[in-house]
Design a protein around this ligand. Structure first.
Ligand code: NAD
Length: 454
């Protein structure tokens, strides 16, 4: 076997103030004592994380507002409450998920018993992005702890207020010998990635995803990569356009469009391209009023770089609604663009902001071809009344998720796996899928020796 690194004795420090070998060594020593394995420890950690979220809700909502201008209702629903829900679901099912699963063995092995036992991996690393800086740091931690691991969390430096709260609160509420938070940016993450982990769970973009996977390969560490990309909405003829527009708008402009599973663009079949325009504009007004800048529930762009990138995309089509912006507050109105060519800048990258292009396609075949010529999306959304169209979308495309009638909502059901495929990522989590991700399913076979006679 490959020699174990001896982190406690290593001297190199990758980033100022961070002794990554020592930190990981400390957690590894805790794991080696067996402390994280009993169900009681796991439950205690999950309950402590739950009470942290409830007790410090005000501080967390304030941090989310400081980082992204998130209103309290949305921030509760998509970050604090989301994570509480993930914990509750996990606590309700944990005994069942962790129970050894007996399997029926082939006759040639009998008499024997077989079972599958989920065992923790060891020390895992969670690297989180800025757009849902609480949820995307802590929901993986729920799975990692429930599966009996020690865990290092690296929140995003682009959401500094939330990162600071996570760093302040986690060691106080959770077992500090088994859970560590490392704040910082590229130098700190690079120093962490040099260490040997037993799993790395990364959420963010594909460029960094490749860096993570390369670093993991050195130690043969498995990875989960939760990435992004352009998630299309197929709008079929004959659907209730007003109702569809309301759901598209609600999913798109949540968190000012900075959602990995936000509808990126609308592929409108036939005459729906023109017909949906007034409904999208009306839905924006219905949800955010005539002056979204004045509405507490409408968020802001995370930083100037992203703000400038997004305003640079506004010329990609005719403005149906929105388009106004204010750099001093990083406000960009919910914007719908029509007559958008497929080769325009807004179609060249994941938008990740409040700009919704509508592209017309003549028919379903053209929509399918458009989707299949591009990277496999994290989510594919469709509005259609035709079960034949649903079947074609299901069988003739590939995406992390496929939903009919409502974008974004699938990620709120912990019963469904959440993850991408191809360029949108690898692996999945939420609920029992997190247990799978952060455990090893060990095969156990027990066959008695033949009875000796005489
Ligand atoms: P980000 O810039 O916050 O980066 C994510 C993490 O990577 C951070 O913790 C950061 O410190 C770290 N990082 C950045 N550069 C690094 C480097 N060179 N080496 C090592 N670590 C590094 O977030 P982002 O990537 O801008 O996030 C947006 C992207 O994430 C979008 O593509 C979005 O679709 C995707 N996303 C996916 C999901 C999902 O669940 N699939 C969720 C949210 C966001």
């Amino acid at each position: 076997p490959a020699p174990e690194s001896a982190p406690e004795t290593a001297t190199s420090t990758g980033a100022a103030g961070l002794d990554a070998p020592r930190l990981v060594g400390r957690l590894r020593a805790t794991f080696a004592t067996g402390r994280t394995k009993p169900l009681a420890w796991r439950r205690t950690q999950l309950e402590a994380l739950r009470s942290l979220l409830v007790e410090h809700q005000e501080a967390l909502l304030a941090a989310l507002h400081a980082d992204l201008g998130k209103g309290p209702e949305e921030a509760y629903r998509t970050e604090v409450g989301f994570t509480v829900n993930e914990i509750d679901h996990t606590l309700a099912h944990l005994d069942d998920w962790l129970a050894p699963r007996p399997v029926a063995l082939p006759d040639r092995l009998l008499p024997a018993e077989g079972r599958v036992v989920r065992e923790p991996l060891g020390v895992v690393l969670v690297i989180a992005p800025w757009n849902y800086p609480l949820q995307l740091a802590l929901a993986p931690v729920v799975g990692a702890l429930a599966a009996g691991n020690a865990v290092v969390v690296k929140p995003s430096e682009l959401a500094p207020a939330t990162s600071a709260e996570i760093a302040r609160l986690l060691p106080r509420h959770l077992d500090p010998d088994a859970v560590a938070v490392v704040e910082g940016a590229v130098p700190e993450t690079t120093a962490l990635l040099e260490q040997r982990f037993d799993h790395i769970f990364y959420t963010g973009n594909g460029t960094v995803g490749r860096i993570v996977m390369t670093a993991a390969a050195k130690h043969l560490t498995p990875v989960t990569l939760e990435l992004g990309g352009k998630s299309p909405v197929v709008l079929d003829e004959g659907v209730d356009l007003a109702a569809a527009a309301r759901r598209i708008v609600a999913g798109k402009f949540l968190n000012a469009g900075q959602t990995c599973v936000a509808p990126d663009y609308v592929l409108a079949v036939g005459d729906t391209a023109r017909a949906i325009e007034p409904h999208l504009a009306a839905a924006v007004t219905e949800l955010y009023g005539t002056d979204p800048a004045a509405r507490a529930e409408y968020g802001r762009i995370v930083n100037d770089r992203h703000f400038d990138r997004l305003t640079g995309l506004l010329d990609s089509g005719r403005t149906v609604t929105g388009g106004t912006h204010d750099r001093s507050t990083r406000y960009l109105a919910p914007t719908v663009l029509a007559d958008v060519p497929a080769d325009s800048p807004v179609m060249g990258e994941e938008i990740f902001g409040p700009v919704l292009p509508v592209l017309g396609v003549p028919d379903l075949d053209a929509a399918l071809a458009f989707i299949n010529e591009r990277d496999k999306p994290l989510a594919l959304y469709a509005f259609t009344d035709s079960s034949a169209t649903k079947q074609r979308l299901l069988h003739e495309t590939s995406s992390g998720a496929l939903t009919f009638g409502i974008p974004v909502a699938h990620l709120t059901a912990p019963e469904l796996p959440f993850g991408g495929v191809g360029e949108s990522g690898m692996g999945r989590y939420h609920g029992e899928y997190s247990i799978d991700t952060f455990s090893h399913s060990k095969a156990v076979l027990d066959k008695p020796l033949p009875e000796t006679t005489g």
